[in-house]
Ligand binder design. Structure first.
Ligand code: PRP
Ligand code: URA
Length: 208
């Protein structure tokens, strides 16, 4: 599936502040969360709704509602947890799993150190959260771990994607729809996204 990029002046505006090295931790966190909410909004565009009957103060009516039990959000630690607030604002009753991964600093290969997901994960549509899709290694491994648990429908939300990583996920997991707030230019020699925003985890948690 071809990656969907959010093209919207508000997103461009928020990304400009997010990328700026002068932006501090508090504002950085708030922006990650807000942009994640917009990504989630886009990812839920074709969500199936159930028929329900409700009563307004004036009359009964037939309308539609989302069955939030059909969804699970799975942030990739650490940086993905920065997106969690934003998405649970939109789908507050979804279940949440966690995948712990970090990139080896010399090989740039992901190392998986934690995996905990809801028991009935195979019955849910899973929305993976990670602000940075760089080489695509973490995304591909996270998707494989979830597929091995029987998950059939997966979406991947990222704030910034690199063309290399996006192509890799599209090729290895063509059934997974990727959403990016912006697709950047390239990866540098240490596999950081350029122009990017630096190290997302360090900027969210203030660790550097
Ligand atoms: C970052 C980011 C992704 C990964 C992307 O995590 O949050 O998980 O790198 O890179 P890739 O596409 O090349 O795999 P990092 O390893 O910095 O861990 P952190 O979130 O704990 O800081
Ligand atoms: N991880 C980050 O946090 N930033 C990048 O640019 C690439 C990987």
């Amino acid at each position: 599936m071809k990656t969907i990029e959010l093209n919207h002046p508000l997103i461009e505006h928020k990304l400009a502040i997010l990328r700026d090295k002068k932006t501090g931790t508090k504002e950085f966190r708030e922006l990650i969360s807000e942009i994640a909410m917009f990504l989630c909004y886009e990812a839920m565009k074709n969500a199936k709704l159930d028929d329900v009957e409700i009563e307004t103060p004036l009359t009964k009516m037939k309308t539609k509602k989302l069955n939030e039990d059909r969804y699970a959000f799975v942030p990739i630690l650490r940086a993905g947890t920065g997106m969690l607030d934003g998405v649970i604002n939109v789908v507050p009753n979804a279940k949440i799993g966690h995948i712990g991964m970090y990139r080896n600093e010399t090989t740039f290969e992901p190392v998986n150190y934690y995996f905990k997901v809801p028991k009935d994960i195979e019955k849910r549509e899973v929305i993976i959260l990670d602000p940075m899709l760089a080489t695509g290694g973490s995304a591909v491994d996270a998707i494989e771990l979830l597929k091995a648990k029987g998950v059939k429908k997966i979406k991947f939300l990222s704030i910034i994607g690199a063309p290399e990583g996006i192509q890799r996920v599209e090729k290895e997991h063509p059934d997974v729809q990727v959403y990016c707030a912006h697709i950047d230019e390239y990866l540098n020699e240490t596999k950081y996204i350029v122009p990017g925003l630096g190290d997302a985890g360090d900027r969210i948690f203030g660790t550097k």
